[in-house]
Every structure is written in C-alpha cells, then in structure tokens.
Write a protein that binds this ligand. Structure first.
Ligand SMILES: NC(=O)c1ccc[n+]([C@@H]2O[C@H](COP(=O)([O-])OP(=O)(O)OC[C@H]3O[C@@H](n4cnc5c(N)ncnc54)[C@H](O)[C@@H]3O)[C@@H](O)[C@H]2O)c1
Length: 364
C-alpha cells in the first residue's frame, strides 16, 4: 500500500470543488492505488458550508481517503502538502474594475504563495484555477522564493479540452483520436486555440479537414468565449468541466500525459519569443512528474499575431500588480534559459535541501 499524499484544495466549499473533491477522493486524479489526505481551505465565513461538504465526503466512505481536515487559512491548510489545487478566488462583484479584481486576488495569492513557501512539502505541485489564473499564478510563484517556478501552473486545460471536444464534434471523431491541439497564452478571451499542429487518427492534419473561415470566425471565438456561453445556457459558470480539467492537469503533470500534447500555463523561459517570467499557456508533454515545452513548431503569421496579443494582455496584467511582486524573485523567474538541444525547459532548482522533505511512495 502506498503512503497517503496530502492534497490541499482552496475554495473547497465552492461549485468547482463540489465536483473536484469527490473525483480526487475516488482516485481519479492520482490513481486507484494512491491514498489521499484532503486538507480543505476556505474563508472563515464559509466554514459551516465546508463542514457540510466534508460530511458528504465522509458519507461516501471512499477507501482512499485517509483523512480530511478543514482550515480557514492557508498556513494551516498547506502544511506538508504535496499538491495544491487553488480554486478559491475573489469573484468580480458588481461595478468592480478589472484592476481592482486583479489586486484583490493578488492579495489572496501573495499570502498563499508565502504559505506554500513556508509550510508545504518541498516538492509541492501547485495548480491555480481561480481567475485571473495566469496572473494569480505569477503572484503565487513570486511569493514563494524557496520553491522553483516550475512547481506552479495556471490552468488552461479546460480551454484545451474544449478545443478538443468541439473539434471532435465537428469532424465526427472521438476527441481521443485527435492529438497536437494546443492553447497558447492567457486563460481569457485572448487565448489562441491552435489547430495547425493537430493530427487526426495519427496521420491527417486537422487544419486540412476544416474550413479556414470556420476556424477563424466561429471555432476560435467559441473556444475563447465558451465560459460565457455556458453561463448563458446554464445560468451558472462551468463547474464540472472545470473540475475535470483540473483533475486532468494534475493527473498528467504527476503521472505523465502518455505521449499526448496538453496545454499548461507555465513560466515562460522565452520559448517562441514569449516574454520570460510570465505564466503563459504552452503545448507540453509530461513525463516523470515534470513537463517539457514542445519546441520548433512552425508558427505562421496569423499564429504569431494571436500569440502576441495574448502575451500583451498578460504583460498588462503583470504591470497592474507589479507593486505586489517581490523584487527579489524577479531574477530567478525571468532569467530562465531554453536548452538548445533537447527542447527541455531548464529551471533554477530553488529547492533548499536543508528543509524537511517528506517523500511518500509515489511516482513524482
Ligand atoms: N482556469 C479555468 O479554466 C477556470 C474555469 C472555471 C472557473 N474558474 C475560476 O475558478 C474559481 C472558482 O470557481 P467556482 O465556480 O468554484 O466559484 P465559487 O464562487 O462557487 O467558489 C469559490 C469558493 O472560493 C472561496 N474562497 C474565496 N476566497 C478564498 C480564499 N482566499 N481562500 C480560500 N477560499 C476562498 C469562496 O468562499 C467560495 O466558496 C473562480 O475564480 C472561477 O472564475 C477558472
């Protein structure tokens, strides 16, 4: 029997978590042989609701769940964790300006970064789901100087899965018959769903099977604005699909993507000319608990313009929260190099080997 791993979930009483927690507990994220301890984190006002969710988890009698603890602050909730699913965030309230939203979330993620830095297991993997996910992830990482920037990701897997699902539907194939789809940039309506490298059933180029006008004028905006479309029809924002995407992201990061291309919001090392130091969605392959950016893809003029636009938005978001980014972590995040030979991204280690390191019997 493997040792249990500790997984923190923030926003644990919210909509996404109401799907996510039960999937994690059932073993869908880390496998049916991996016991888990769930450390659930909420704001103080939501602790009663969280207790109700925890009762339901208990009532499922999941054999893999070896413990559930409830916390109203990240310094307790992140103690010893191996995985952080950061779902909780401040939603946009009526009349709130975009800059105010960025700043309100910056405060939350700065504190959570400090908590991860101080109390999490040294090899923790942290996934930011709460929006604005990429910039929240930047703030998180910059506030955790003793952890490597590659230990943090922003979730763009929902956009990736949407891109696969909607394309599969159009072509009349199963989404699993398509590989090489990727989403570049920000998790926002500027993201660029790129089909130029996608293959169907292993040998046919997806881009040759669709009409260019459909791709640019219907498909792309549909992926970019899918969240709003769901709200329009369902009356609520995407929750189950976001939970599935978070699960897929962490599963592949920890256990490997099995040779399939996936999209992850990761620290830019300058690949494809993207500004270093921002969290930008790239196509990656995952293996042995880490990811590699796929290098040397040919990007046409249309793609370059799309990639620049979403990069520009991320740089603007970064500028808006710049005063909250600790200066001492700028260099370690912005001076990453790309390896010319393997295409593998190199990161500074950033891990202090002197600190406690609880290595459970698990793959990553
Ligand atoms: N990256 C993506 O693809 C993606 C997709 C869908 C939703 N989202 C985002 O995920 C987030 C959660 O969505 P939801 O539908 O579950 O929202 P929700 O409002 O139902 O739940 C959010 C929960 O987070 C909690 N919370 C707020 N601040 C917190 C903090 N500082 N610490 C701990 N918990 C905190 C709230 O109390 C609430 O229970 C939102 O920001 C949403 O925009 C991202």
């Amino acid at each position: 029997m493997k040792q249990p791993v500790r997984i923190a979930v923030t926003g644990a009483a919210g909509n996404i978590s109401y799907s996510l927690l039960f999937k994690i507990a059932a073993g869908e994220m880390l496998g049916p042989d991996q016991p888990v301890i769930l450390q659930l984190v909420e704001i103080p006002q939501a602790m009663d609701k969280l207790r109700g969710v925890a009762m339901e988890l208990e009532d499922c009698a999941f054999p893999l769940v070896h413990g559930i603890s409830l916390h109203d602050n990240p310094f307790d909730g992140f103690r010893g964790i191996h995985y952080a699913m950061l779902v909780g965030a401040r939603p946009r309230s009526k009349g709130m300006e975009r800059a105010d939203l960025l700043e309100a979330n910056a405060v939350i993620f700065a504190e959570q970064g400090k908590a991860l830095n101080e109390v999490a297991n040294r090899d923790v993997k942290a996934l930011v789901v709460g929006n604005p996910a990429n910039t929240n992830c930047l703030i998180l990482s910059r506030n955790a100087p003793n952890l490597a920037p590659s230990q943090f990701c922003a979730m763009t897997r929902l956009d990736h899965n949407r891109a696969l699902g909607i394309l599969g539907n159009k072509l009349g194939v199963n989404p699993s018959d398509i590989d090489g789809v990727c989403v570049w940039g920000n998790h926002s309506p500027t993201m660029y769903p790129d089909l130029h490298h996608a293959q169907v059933l292993g040998d046919e180029a997806a881009i040759d099977m669709i009409d260019e006008k459909w791709y640019k004028d219907e498909y792309t905006p549909r992926i970019q604005k899918r969240g709003a479309e769901i709200i329009e029809w369902r009356g609520l924002s995407s929750a189950a699909s976001a939970a599935q995407a978070a699960l897929d992201h962490m599963h592949d990061w920890a256990l490997g993507s099995d040779g399939r291309v996936v999209s992850m919001g990761i620290i830019s090392d300058g690949s494809y000319g993207v500004a270093k130091g921002i969290y930008y969605s790239f196509p990656v392959l995952c293996e042995f608990g880490s990811y590699q950016i796929i290098q040397n893809l040919h990007i046409n003029d249309y793609g370059q313009a799309m990639m620049k636009k979403t990069e520009q938005e991320l740089l603007e978001e970064k500028a808006a929260v710049d005063h909250l980014l600790p200066k001492e972590t700028a260099a370690s995040r912005e001076e990453l190099g790309t390896s010319s030979r393997s295409g593998q991204t190199e990161f500074d280690a950033g891990i202090d080997t002197g600190e406690s390191y609880y290595k459970a019997d698990r793959i990553c």
